[in-house]
Write a protein that binds this ligand. Structure first.
Ligand SMILES: [Zn+2]
Length: 351
């Protein structure tokens, strides 16, 4: 079964052109396109909170949308909570004898599950085996982490991650003492071709590890050699270092196909849940609908290079890919997707 993600209209006739990569212009853009709804959400957040589960395929940029919404709506009352980051923090705690002791004490009190705690600690310490961490452990750790956040609204990223965890999420707000707060599934549709090209064209600086994309996010200076183009790191400390591809990235989504498939099943399973409101976001717009639904500057550009008169010339054009049904579509910049998120949140929260 495929879920129909409805198109969302963000187009305003006679809208001025905004540079959506610029934070200040972005703020004006949001004011124009969702100003009233942003006010409503801010009012709501003063007295209430919500829990939203972000569900999208791996590398679909889930966190980007939540972080942008936080930046635009309310930096103080919204948190982006990444389960992946939490696990990485736990890894660090285990390196520190005192913190490790505290962690184990916490788990002895709070962890209940089928795998013995000793085994869990061992598998945490030895992640090379990359054994799947049991859901009961993730829940106990999430509870500890969320308790530190003092009742803020949460965008949870990375849970549910397995099919059995979808049912856990039904009771999650009780577990973390957010009982009275609404919970919402935010389902994100991103064509696999978008994920594929993001991986294939990404490059990193070998010195400062900054990440860019030859196709989607170039640097100021670009070098040409033997018919190929290279980005040079913008960071002055790196003295124009040539950015490089990470090994394996040329394979695109090939190595993560199974994960993408599972993520797709998770989205469908969450969609089928009754009693939990859903927000449906889409990253792409069919080419033939673009004119009607979005302003030009809301479409993600791709950059094309040419070597002319001993100089690299860069031009941009709308980034076009095939969506999962083989239809030609454009990928949207994050801000119009966040406008859609804001408006749907206002609706499902009934404000
Ligand atoms: Zn650098």
């Amino acid at each position: 079964m495929d879920i129909e993600f409805p198109l969302f209209k963000t187009k305003i006739e006679d809208s001025p052109k905004f540079d959506l990569t610029d934070a200040k212009e972005r703020q004006k853009y949001f004011e124009l396109k969702a100003g009233e709804d942003i006010k409503k959400l801010r009012e709501y957040l003063k007295e209430h909170s919500f829990i939203a589960y972000l569900l999208g395929k791996k590398n679909s940029g889930k966190g980007t949308y939540a972080k942008m919404l936080k930046e635009v709506v309310d930096k103080d009352n919204i948190e982006h909570f990444s389960v992946g980051d939490m696990i990485r923090e736990v890894d660090k705690e285990l390196q520190d004898e005192n913190k490790k002791k505290e962690l184990i004490e916490f788990l002895e009190k709070n962890y209940r599950g089928f795998t013995p705690l000793k085994e869990i600690i061992a598998s945490l310490e030895n992640r090379s085996t990359s054994k799947l961490l049991p859901s009961e452990l993730i829940l106990a750790l999430a509870k500890r982490e969320i308790a530190k956040k003092g009742g803020k609204s949460l965008f949870i990223d990375g849970f549910p991650r397995e099919l059995d965890q979808v049912s856990y999420s039904l009771f999650f707000r009780d577990l973390v003492n957010y009982r009275e707060d609404p919970d919402i599934f935010v389902l994100i549709n991103v064509p696999e071709a978008v994920i594929d090209e993001r991986i294939k064209y990404r490059v990193i600086c070998p010195i400062c590890q900054t990440s860019r994309s030859l196709k989607l996010l170039p640097t100021k200076d670009i070098e040409h050699e033997d018919g190929k183009f290279y980005l040079l790191c913008d960071n002055s400390e790196c003295k124009g270092a040539r950015m490089v591809k990470k090994e394996g990235d040329e394979l695109g989504i090939e190595p993560i196909k199974d994960r993408l498939k599972l993520d797709g099943s998770l989205i469908i399973k969450a969609f089928d849940l009754h009693g939990v409101p859903k927000v449906l976001l889409r990253n792409s717009i069919p080419v033939k609908k673009a004119e009607e639904f979005v302003n030009d500057y809301e479409i993600t550009p791709e950059y094309v290079y040419e070597y002319k008169n001993e100089k690299v010339e860069m031009t941009e054009k709308p980034w076009q890919v095939k969506d999962d049904n083989g239809e030609d579509c454009y990928s949207l910049m994050p801000p119009p997707v966040v406008v859609s998120l804001i408006k749907q949140l206002v609706e499902v929260l009934g404000i």
